[in-house]
Design a protein around this ligand. Structure first.
Ligand code: HEM
Ligand SMILES: *[C@@H]1O[C@H](CO)[C@@H](O)[C@H](O)[C@H]1NC(C)=O
Ligand SMILES: *[C@@H]1O[C@H](CO)[C@@H](O)[C@H](O)[C@H]1NC(C)=O
Ligand SMILES: *[C@@H]1O[C@H](CO)[C@@H](O)[C@H](O)[C@H]1NC(C)=O
Ligand SMILES: *[C@@H]1O[C@H](CO)[C@@H](O)[C@H](O)[C@H]1NC(C)=O
Length: 214
């Protein structure tokens, strides 16, 4: 099932999948307007907002909202597993662990140094969902690739598993292959950046538990 979905979706990438474009949505928990999509089989939402939407951006704010059944969720910023920046995330207690990775073969991706990732305060875990909201700096270029923000054809791939990583406390944990995955075209372009990127970050970082500052 997972295999088929990965393979067929990738083969279909230049066909009908292109017709599905991402949409703009505002997360009520943080007020940030993301460009993204929800996979309707796994109910995982992937959102992105860039400072300007130009190729000079080297950072973005992203979020991954996942049902607790998914024990890790990863994204491939270059659209495929190999030779691309991967961001793998999983819930751990009340928080979410993040792990930038890189794979040169179809085996456990290694930790990748370079990105500076900051979990933002609207990151939450509850009984049904976990949500990782993050700032990803130095995240749009990597060894051998980059996100092309000006393309109407940029591709985001995702993979996830219902099997937990070996040691959820450790960002360098080993884990087994995905149980599902697919890809989506044009997730990054936004028709409107309704909330200034820097303002979103500042507002999020200033957020205190009682929301007194806001
Ligand atoms: C132990 C870890 C992993 C193993 C052993 C593994 C193995 C594989 C294998 C064998 C394939 C070929 C197609 C298939 O058999 O389904 C594949 C495809 C794929 N994997 Fe992984 N994988 C791992 C982790 C990851 C992670 C962390 C991500 C994303 C963050 C990812 C994303 C993908 C994607 C998008 C494909 C589709 C084909 C492609 O992009 O080349 N994988 N993986
Ligand atoms: C996704 O959400 C729908 C509608 O709420 C629900 O019927 C379905 O069981 C959910 N699937 C998963 C895998 O969470
Ligand atoms: C950005 O990431 C690259 C790897 O993709 C790394 O070589 C470089 O040192 C990083 N730059 C900074 C300022 O952290
Ligand atoms: C759990 O978190 C999700 C995602 O943030 C949210 O949509 C949902 O309303 C939350 N459920 C409860 C009971 O707070
Ligand atoms: C869109 O991306 C796919 C996959 O990378 C590629 O095969 C296709 O040529 C691209 N189309 C355009 C118009 O750039």
């Amino acid at each position: 099932m997972g295999f088929t979905r990965l393979l067929t979706s990738l083969l279909a990438i230049s066909g009908s999948v292109l017709a599905q474009s991402s949409t703009s949505y505002t997360d009520p928990d943080n007020g940030i307007t993301f460009q993204g999509y929800t996979d309707t089989t796994t109910n995982v939402t992937y959102g992105f907002v860039f400072p300007s939407g130009s190729d000079s951006d080297d950072e973005f704010i992203g979020e991954i909202i996942s049902p607790v059944a998914n024990q890790w969720v990863g994204i491939c910023l270059g659209g495929t597993m190999l030779d691309n920046l991967l961001l793998v995330t999983w819930p751990y207690g009340d928080s979410v662990v993040y792990s930038p990775r890189y794979a040169t073969s179809y085996s456990l991706p290694a930790l990748y140094a370079g990105p500076t990732i900051t979990a933002l305060p609207s990151t939450t875990v509850n009984d049904t969902y976990w949500k990782f909201v993050y700032r990803c700096q130095n995240c749009t270029t990597w060894t051998g690739g980059s996100i092309d923000l000006t393309s109407t054809n940029s591709t985001l791939a995702w993979a996830l598993s219902t099997v937990a990583v070996d040691d959820p406390s450790d960002p360098d944990s080993a884990f087994a292959k995905h149980t599902d995955g697919s890809c989506h075209c044009n997730p990054f372009r936004s028709s409107a950046y309704q909330c200034s990127h820097r303002w979103c970050i500042l507002r999020e970082l200033l957020r205190c538990p009682e929301r007194v500052l806001l």
